[in-house]
Design a protein around this ligand. Sequence first.
Ligand code: HEC
Ligand code: HEC
Ligand code: HEC
Ligand code: HEC
Length: 431
Amino acid sequence: MLLLLAISGQAGAQPAENEGRHLGVASCAGGNCHGAVERLKGSSVEQNEYLTWSHRDKHSKAYSVLLEERSLRIARNLGLPDAKTSELCLNCHADNVPQNRRGPTFQITDGVGCEACHGGAEKWLGEHISGASHQRNLERGMYPTNQPAERAVKCLSCHFGVENDANKFVTHRIMGAGHPYMGFELDTYTAAQPAHFKVDETYVKRKGPVNDVQVWALGQAVGLVKHMDALMDPQHGPKGVFPELVLFDCQSCHHAMTQLRWEPRSSTRLPPGSVDINDAYGVMLRVIAARVAPEAGKSLSQHLLALHHATTEGWAAVQREAGAVRKAAEDLMPALASHNFTRDDMKALMEGVIAVAPSGDDAAYSGAAQVTMGLSSIVAAMKSLEFVTADQAKAMNNAMNPLYDAVAHDEVYQPAAFVSALQQFKKTVPQ
Ligand code: HEC
Ligand code: HEC
Ligand code: HEC
Ligand code: HEC
């Protein structure tokens, strides 16, 4: 039901939140609930979710990072008195619901707590602790984090921002003030959190099967929709001469002058010297669509090209073409959600991703990072569905490490290291 809502025009919009109060992490972390060291007999979930979150998940440190010197520096550069009291920082670094929606054990210092993702618990906690089904929890207002498109909307509300909320969006100005680069890929980030759920038999019985490639595909579609929403939002249009630069490819502007690259862009056919819109999600989605829904894929490719060329025309043209790209991405979502990805699909997608990977000295960071994470999702899917032997999986996993190293830090990213790691990876793609 919620997925349909997303498709019908709200993907990427701030998801409808249930109105209930947020009760705080303490209300989930009881020893018989999600704060157990091990599963109690008969429980369908791991029950150690709180321990995973508090010990290994950066979300539990998201508030305390605002007390550190690097956050104070960002705040100072932005002219804010402080980071830990600033709405701009709290909206993503904590579960910053209004005072009247905070329960007695709610603590802002919990950072990105359980309810920041799973929704305020007031309305569903009662039935939930007496063993309500997942469906019933959802009906009572738990957020459907198990649905890939809905999960993407939730994660991206912080990992990209909400396009029309100036207090929940990391602009170029905030990046310049010292905020780290924000990349995101749904499947990889879900695993890296790290996941506090296990897709075993009981999980599948309760929530349905999980396919990492599908999670990747839907995450790319929602990411593209949100990026287009941001281009279309008046808030990000030109103020003075320039529009919001965070929506563009950073290396168009940021690269050493010793690094010569005066060449037409091979993918967009724009002339040298152009400032490119960041199209990393679009490039991945084109590859996926070519396999899953070729006609819709062609339309997406045409609109993406038109979007790039619109930057030479004017902002109104950019907004118009962003709308067309957004629609093409949305139109693809039902096909992505229902496609049964086979071994052949996955192999073709791997080859497709490698073929469109940025190459040469101008390999954009955002594109390289998306290629790396996309490949990592396909490897995960092939492994979990046993589409490859243990040896093949090991070879691919080993070859992923240099790719990850190459894109680990945007500030010191070297295109050549990425290009050579990708060539090595290519040799491990199973035949
Ligand atoms: C739109 C949401 C958003 C806003 C607004 C935002 N942040 Fe962040 N911030 C993030 C996300 C997401 C990350 C993690 C990025 C990653 O590693 O992929 C992050 C990372 C950081 C980090 C690095 C943390 C680490 O562990 O390395 C610091 C420091 C930081 N933010 C400070 C701030 C400060 C200070 C403000 C307010 C001026 C702020 N942020 C506003 C979403 C946001
Ligand atoms: C950053 C987002 C996020 C935060 C924070 C978060 N979760 Fe989750 N949680 C997820 C996602 C994504 C899933 C997997 C999809 C699903 O099954 O809903 C999940 C799944 C679960 C599950 C279901 C496991 C299963 O087998 O069905 C439980 C239980 C859970 N989380 C509890 C917690 C608790 C308790 C906290 C706080 C200590 C917490 N979560 C914090 C995102 C989050
Ligand atoms: C309320 C805002 C918010 C939501 C929702 C959210 N995140 Fe985050 N996430 C953050 C912030 C802020 C950080 C940085 C925390 C830090 O480093 O101190 C972060 C960090 C992370 C990191 C660590 C990144 C790194 O560089 O190590 C991963 C992985 C991650 N988030 C995954 C997810 C996933 C998956 C979802 C959706 C299920 C999600 N997040 C939802 C705010 C959010
Ligand atoms: C259209 C060109 C353009 C694009 C695209 C662009 N920037 Fe910038 N950036 C600039 C300019 C101009 C400055 C200011 C330089 C100065 O004041 O010396 C700047 C400054 C910065 C700074 C501060 C550097 C310093 O010297 O303190 C950071 C960090 C930064 N940008 C990050 C990014 C990131 C990350 C992206 C991509 C998401 C990006 N920029 C995209 C032009 C651009």
